[in-house]
Ligand binder design. Structure first.
Ligand code: 5GP
Length: 122
């Protein structure tokens, strides 16, 4: 599958559509999710054209990989959820309902998040 240059996060990276920025560095952008599911709901994306975590883990440079993981922690600390706890979720592909085909992680926090279970067993 080829990277879609017109996916919504690519548009945000090109500043064609606005996003409420939380953090940015050479390799990473983080911004508030438009469909907030928790008091803190931020998306962390690499600036490079990667479709999924599978793609990112295979093709990203060491610098991009390090920057990404560091950015997740920086965002969590900046927004205060590192003190109380937070969840990092990355949907990958069809079975996980990945809606936007530019690799991203959700950071959820600011309330009790409950346990994590797949919706159906088997
Ligand atoms: P996925 O299901 O791919 O893991 O999550 C995609 C996320 O992108 C969803 O939580 C959705 O609310 C968010 N999203 C979709 N379009 C936009 C947008 O234009 N701006 C922002 N900030 N978030 C978006």
């Amino acid at each position: 599958m080829a990277y879609d240059n017109d996916n919504i996060f690519a548009c945000i990276l090109r500043r064609e559509i606005p996003a409420e920025k939380v953090y940015e560095d050479e390799h990473v952008l983080a911004f508030h999710d438009i469909g907030k599911l928790a008091p803190v709901h931020v998306l962390v994306i690499p600036k490079g054209a990667y479709i999924s975590i599978d793609d990112f883990s295979e093709r990203a440079s060491d610098a991009e990989l390090v920057a990404y993981v560091r950015a997740v922690g920086r965002v969590a600390r900046k927004l205060g959820v590192a003190k109380t706890g937070y969840r990092v979720v990355t949907n990958c592909g069809t079975d996980a309902n990945q809606e936007v085909s530019h690799f991203h992680s959700h950071i959820f926090g600011g309330r009790k998040l409950g346990g994590v279970r797949p919706p159906h067993s088997g």
